[in-house]
Design a binder for this molecule. Structure first.
Ligand code: PMP
Length: 353
């Protein structure tokens, strides 16, 4: 059809399944198995619907201020969006506006190439090595910007801060985005590098470590200059991205640091225990510092295990893609959920091998 010629055509990102059945064990989208901080429940109950008559604060000021205080930054160094997907998408639009290709790892968050295609940004992927690690030399070629998650997804591999800095040092002329969606599960944040590098943007989210994937809150931190440019684009796109309840509820989550530290520590403990158990079952995996494990079995193909788990009501994530088609990404749930999974795997693998 003629009218179809000028349409912006894209191949969309496919998010993990959100099944309606509440009885399944859901380990497929890296959600947190624990509820949000108690103050969040209180804020939801005390919310006055009359407040919804008005537009929310366009600058997301309550949440920006709370995050700035928590991370010891100026409010002008913090930007909040509707999940880190919104923040990263806005950052692609703002910062990756050159002719040279942007760079990111070949095995990484599969939304990056979708945004690049959407905004017509040229891009090039750099292969992770055989241990799923970044080779910093790859990021010393001419480029229009850089993005990588740390820890990486779906591998869980954490790159040391020295490597992040090596990449920053080699790239003073472009924006370098470090996507720290999973940093709170034992990672090391690049935040201290903000003082030295005006071109660094650090992105984080409330979806995983703060148990609020359903509320959609993401944020990024950078120099005042970067955040200023990001706000210019945001206010040219949609003034009121974040709704009023999310702004108020998000503040409560930031306030309760003890709860945040306790739940993330619990997930780390479970992860380390599950690593040991999975090794006994014949799985190998890179040493994850995230809330998931990226595992392959020595004898049984990942696809078969994925399907068997699914039939047993245990959902994990599987991609039939080059290099990763023999791996499963398994989110760390509660101890009880993980034990159910491990018991199933033990029986299943005994029959399947
Ligand atoms: N970055 C990475 C690496 C992720 O895995 C995810 C989760 N899908 C996101 C960003 C986006 O998360 P959210 O929009 O929920 O903050």
């Amino acid at each position: 059809m003629k009218w179809e010629e000028n349409i912006r055509k894209v191949v969309p990102y496919v998010p993990g399944e959100q099944p309606q059945n509440k009885n399944i064990i859901k380990l497929n989208t890296n959600e947190n198995p624990y509820p949000p901080a108690p103050g969040v429940e209180k804020a939801i109950k005390e919310m006055n619907p009359d407040a919804l008559r008005l537009y929310p604060n366009a600058e997301v000021k309550p949440l920006v201020d709370a995050l700035a205080e928590y991370y010891h930054l100026k409010p002008t160094q913090v930007f909040v969006g509707v999940g880190s997907d919104d923040v990263i998408s806005m950052a692609f639009m703002t910062f990756f506006n050159g002719e040279k290709p942007i760079l990111f790892p070949d095995i990484t968050y599969s939304f990056y190439d979708v945004w690049a295609e959407l905004y017509r940004i040229p891009y090039k992927t750099c292969a992770l090595d055989e241990n799923w690690q970044i080779n910093p030399e790859d990021y010393k070629q001419p480029n229009g910007g850089i993005i990588f998650p740390n820890p990486n997804a779906p591998t869980g591999v954490l790159e040391p801060l020295e490597k992040v800095e090596e990449i920053l040092k080699a790239n003073p002329d472009v924006i370098v985005i470090v996507d720290e969606a999973y940093v709170d599960f034992g990672g090391v944040s690049a935040l201290p590098l903000l003082e030295k590098y005006e071109n660094l943007l650090v992105v984080q989210t409330f979806s995983k470590s703060r148990s609020m994937a359903g509320l959609r809150i993401g944020f990024c931190m950078g120099s005042e200059k970067l955040i200023g440019y990001l706000n210019d684009v945001k206010f040219s796109f949609n003034s009121y991205t974040m709704n009023l309840p999310s702004q108020a509820i998000g503040v409560e989550a930031v306030k309760d640091d003890a709860y945040f530290k306790d739940t993330t520590a619990r997930i780390i403990r479970t992860r380390e225990r599950v690593k040991k158990e999975m090794t006994k079952l014949g799985f190998t995996f890179p040493d994850s510092k995230a809330n998931f494990i990226f595992a392959s079995h020595k004898n049984v193909p990942a696809k078969d295990i994925f399907e068997a788990l699914r039939n047993a009501g245990i959902y994990v994530r599987y991609w039939d893609k080059p290099r990763i088609h023999n791996s499963l990404r398994i989110t760390i749930g509660t101890d009880e959920q993980m034990d159910t999974m491990l018991r199933f795997l033990q029986e299943y693998l005994a029959d399947a091998q």
